[in-house]
Design a protein around this ligand. Structure first.
Ligand SMILES: NC(=O)c1ccc[n+]([C@@H]2O[C@H](COP(=O)([O-])OP(=O)(O)OC[C@H]3O[C@@H](n4cnc5c(N)ncnc54)[C@H](O)[C@@H]3O)[C@@H](O)[C@H]2O)c1
Ligand SMILES: [Zn+2]
Ligand SMILES: [Zn+2]
Length: 520
């Protein structure tokens, strides 16, 4: 009943079965990972995969140097190929929106950032989207950025990625075109998009739980793995619907009536952009885990999400906030800008012991704002490399053992699949309330946070460290991944952006951030 009957005059692009080859003029019949469509993951030999890698120009300088790269690439290729094949066999789940967009009749092109493999993202010329369904809005992007979640894609750790997928789920812009069913958004308006595509009408959407929308994600594979599926997300693989993202000059926003928030003139782009994701996400974590007056809160991971969660925890009355990370710049930044206590896990390798020294009774609340693709222990490194687990539960175990009996632990960091050695005993015996916060329901919070910004109660620019041009995206991925140049949150400008607002970072090039910064 929900299946969308597509009234398109022109062939759409970027669907699961019509990959990047349409952007790139690639050979017809190329499959989901660029491997010929006859490719069968279950039967393809090792030699075929190695051949494929060789044709993808992976430079082999010496065997010793490249064994880790080769292994990583093989692991990744296999994971993507198998998941795409499996998804094809399972078929699409029904949705009320199509992910494909219709190119403009004049064939005009835009710059966009696309995924081509693990640690391989490129700027491409892609067709500018046109109104494809009557509820669509097309935005000229004036501000976009990179998120820690994009790093999971960069590492190829989220399944169902396809070559040529346009990435980016946090963006804002000026309305360029609106479909005939769009009544509350006008051409020329400044708006922020939520990272999720909600239908606005299902039972979850009615409660503003927009990330949980039942009707916008076509991934039958996610349905099979999780029992249900998230909403569709922009630029976040076909596991979340395969919608082209906003790390681009233009983007199509399906269901524009509900997925865009108009921004008042008094709020500059640098303050508004982060309503797309990191502000509602970090606020949701703090609210959902239940931080209250007097709590002692531990925050694992001091990227943009952890830094904002620390601020929101203090705003909710936390008595102490302790941040855990191993990046010196990020630890210093959190201490200086938010006045929280920190633990460098490179110095204090036993994090639980250190927390017990600082807080003898244990934390009231722990929040995971870290990342699942950085195992610390050899055991998890080996198991992950051998694909015996997809995700690492080290942080969750540390949280459970550092938190007081009957305390609460929340997971806002993204996880994708399965993990080993989870300390279920401590969870049960200590009565820990472990909460998966889900992908954050942006619609539930964005108006409340916009008001905090307008009234000066919360200024998101504290976490904004750099501004770079769209052309720098490939270098930005590499540098953000390595947390170089003191990077926290970045504002990425396009040719449509206004000049930096008062007090916001000036334009820089990633190559100028420092000597060790990745250059392309
Ligand atoms: N649920 C949602 O809606 C949602 C939305 C946005 C981001 N996220 C997730 O939130 C997490 C944080 O996002 P971000 O943009 O701040 O990412 P980020 O990658 O910039 O920051 C992650 C930080 O975790 C640290 N870290 C890694 N291993 C650690 C460990 N064992 N202990 C403590 N710290 C550790 C890293 O050094 C890094 O500073 C990511 O997993 C991201 O995918 C979730
Ligand atoms: Zn994000
Ligand atoms: Zn819905």
């Amino acid at each position: 009943m929900w299946a969308f009957a597509r009234p398109l005059a022109d062939p759409p692009i970027a669907s699961r079965h019509s990959t990047s080859c349409l952007y790139l003029g690639g050979p017809p019949g190329a499959g989901t990972t660029g491997i010929p469509s006859s490719y069968d993951a279950a039967t393809t030999s090792f030699d075929h995969i190695v051949d494929h890698i060789a044709t993808r120009r992976i430079h082999i300088r010496s065997a010793a140097q490249n064994i880790p790269t080769l292994h990583f690439t093989l692991q990744n290729l296999t994971m993507q190929a198998v998941s795409n094949k499996l998804a094809e066999r399972l078929g699409d789940a029904p949705t009320v929106v199509g992910a494909d967009y219709k190119p403009r009749a004049d064939g005009s092109k835009m710059k966009a950032l696309a995924w081509f493999g693990a640690r391989d993202v490129r700027l491409i010329d892609a067709p500018i989207p046109d109104i494809t369904e009557p509820d669509d809005v097309i935005l000229k992007v004036t501000g976009t950025t990179i998120c820690g979640s994009d790093l999971h894609l960069y590492h190829g750790e989220i399944i169902q990625l396809q070559e040529g997928d346009i990435l980016g789920h946090e963006f804002m812009g000026i309305v360029d075109r609106v479909g005939p069913n769009v009544h509350n958004i006008q051409v020329g308006q400044r708006v922020v998009a939520s990272f999720q595509i909600a239908c606005g009408e299902c039972s979850y959407c009615k409660q503003k739980l927009s990330s949980m929308c039942d009707r916008t994600n076509s991934s039958g594979l996610q349905n099979a793995m999780y029992g249900h599926r998230d909403a569709g997300f922009f630029g976040y693989s076909h596991f979340t619907g395969g919608f082209p993202g906003g790390q681009a000059e233009y983007v199509r926003v399906p269901k524009g009536n509900v997925n865009l928030l108009p921004i008042p003139d008094s709020v500059p782009d640098e303050k508004a952009l982060y309503l797309s994701d990191i502000l509602p996400t970090s606020y949701h974590a703090v609210v959902d885990v239940g931080v209250k007056e007097g709590d002692v809160v531990g925050i694992w991971g001091l990227g943009p999400i952890g830094q904002c969660a620390a601020r929101f925890a203090l705003m909710k009355g936390a008595q102490r906030v302790i941040g855990i990370d191993n990046v010196p710049d990020r630890l210093a930044f959190a201490q200086k800008s938010s006045g929280i206590e920190v633990i460098n896990f490179a110095e204090h390798t036993d994090v639980v012991k250190r927390i017990q020294e600082l807080v003898p009774g244990g934390l009231d609340i722990a929040i995971d704002c870290g990342t699942f693709h950085q195992p610390k222990t050899l055991l998890h490194k080996v198991e992950k490399a051998l694909m015996l687990e997809t995700d690492v539960s080290e942080i969750v175990n540390e949280m459970i053992t550092s938190t007081r009996k009957m305390g609460s632990c929340g997971i806002i960091a993204a996880y994708a699949g399965y993990t080993n050695h989870f300390n279920i005993g401590a969870l049960m015996e200590k009565g820990i309330r472990l909460i998966g916060h889900g992908q954050a329901p942006v619609h539930k919070y964005w108006k409340e946070i916009l008001e905090m910004i307008e009234t000066g109660k919360f200024d998101p620019t504290f976490v904004l460290t750099h501004r770079v041009p769209l052309e720098d995206f490939p270098a930005l991925y590499a540098s953000f991944d390595k947390r170089l140049g003191g990077v926290e949150k970045v504002f990425v400008e396009t040719k449509f952006s206004a000049p930096p607002s008062h007090g916001a970072p000036k334009l820089s090039r990633v190559a100028e951030w420092g000597d060790e910064v990745y250059k392309v």
